[in-house]
Design a protein around this ligand. Structure first.
Ligand SMILES: [Zn+2]
Length: 349
């Protein structure tokens, strides 16, 4: 079968090639690939900056934002042939650490977890893949191709749970949410915040293209420029850019008692000479919390499925802005100005 593979650590090594059919060791459920979403992590792996091949293998099958159709549910029979499923990405570390031991692999303490398409397990960019039944999440069949948005939505449902956990340390009635960055994660964060009944604002640097319209269509308010200039202090800020100055502005502009949840992974971005003690004093005097959030466990996957099932299909479909066949995976890995979520499509949903 065909698969898109890469030699981790080796820039420009991604290619579409023939590989062996997936073995039952990967799981008892056999799935036909429908589509796989592309994100910044895939681009980093293709550029040789990240990623690990499975033990004994030089190459890694790319792809972690999956959607597939069950061909053979295997002996467990919790799924049926024809079900649309998405594969959970992370597997608990083998030690296991206390978090992995209780199924919270997203909170892994020792970093020895593995991840499909990223760290030591093959991903989903192959014509067929196998998965353990307990890691195959069934999606609402009416979502069709939009089920490919499940994985990025899990990042947001976990982040929101973290915000709520921090919020409930005291009396908490949040009214306003600011999302920084109107990429797929930011837009899905705005969707989830809206579903929680909050007044939602989204900030991005662009002033044209699909992003401002998508934000308005959600019933949220679009801003471009700095978080310090939007005219109010948000109770919750979900930071989805990982960009230094945007993070600094978020910390400066959050309301008293407010929470900044960081979901973006960037690097560098030094902002002048940051007065750390001054910033800490502000956080102390205003009871602010900065919380980082990564990955998701099964509870968040379930919640993400609920969130997508409730969402307006035509709005969600505008998030999948470009589809490429496997032969054109290289174009899918290249960012175009109006891209939101690009997917590699293997078969019809
Ligand atoms: Zn662990």
């Amino acid at each position: 079968m065909k698969a898109i593979t890469v030699e981790p650590g080796c820039a420009g090594s991604a290619r579409l090639e023939d590989v062996a059919e997936p073995g039952v060791r990967d799981g008892s459920v056999l799935v036909e690939a429908v589509a796989v979403g592309v994100c910044g992590t895939d681009v980093e792996i293709a550029e040789g900056k990240y990623g690990w091949a499975p033990e004994g293998s030089k190459r890694l099958v790319l792809g972690h934002e999956s959607l597939g159709r069950v061909i053979d549910p295997g002996p467990r029979q919790t799924l049926r042939a024809g079900d649309l499923v998405v594969g959970i990405v992370r597997r608990p570390d083998p030690v296991p650490c206390p978090s992995c031991a209780v199924g919270e692999w997203d909170m892994c303490r020792n970093g020895k977890y593995t991840e499909r398409g990223i760290k030591e397990i093959h991903g989903f960019m192959s014509e067929r893949w196998r998965i353990e039944p307990e890691y195959a999440m069934k999606v609402d069949p009416s979502l069709g191709l939009l089920g490919v948005l499940l994985e990025p939505t899990t990042v947001v449902t976990k982040a929101w749970e973290q915000v709520a956990a921090v919020g409930h340390r005291a009396f908490w009635e949040p009214r306003t949410v600011l999302v920084t960055g109107a990429g797929p994660i930011g837009l899905l964060a705005a969707l989830v915040a809206k579903q929680h009944g909050l007044e939602v604002h989204v900030l991005d640097r662009v002033t044209s293209g699909p992003k401002p319209d998508l934000v308005k269509a959600l019933g949220a308010t679009y801003h471009s420029g700095s978080a310090t200039e939007i005219g109010f202090q948000a109770d919750v800020i979900i930071e989805c850019t990982g960009v230094g100055p945007v993070i600094a502005d978020s910390l400066k502009s959050v309301a008293s008692g407010g929470i900044v949840c960081l979901t973006g992974v960037g690097s560098g971005g030094r902002v002048g000479t940051m007065p750390i003690a001054d910033m800490a004093a502000e956080a102390v005097l205003r009871n602010n919390v900065i919380v980082g959030s990564v990955n998701a466990n099964k509870r968040h996957w379930y919640k993400a499925g609920e969130a997508l099932a409730r969402a307006d299909r035509s709005w969600l479909s505008r998030l999948v802005s470009r589809r490429a066949p496997p032969e054109e995976f290289a174009s899918a890995l290249k960012r175009e100005p109006d891209d939101i979520k690009v997917v590699v499509q293997f078969s019809g949903a």
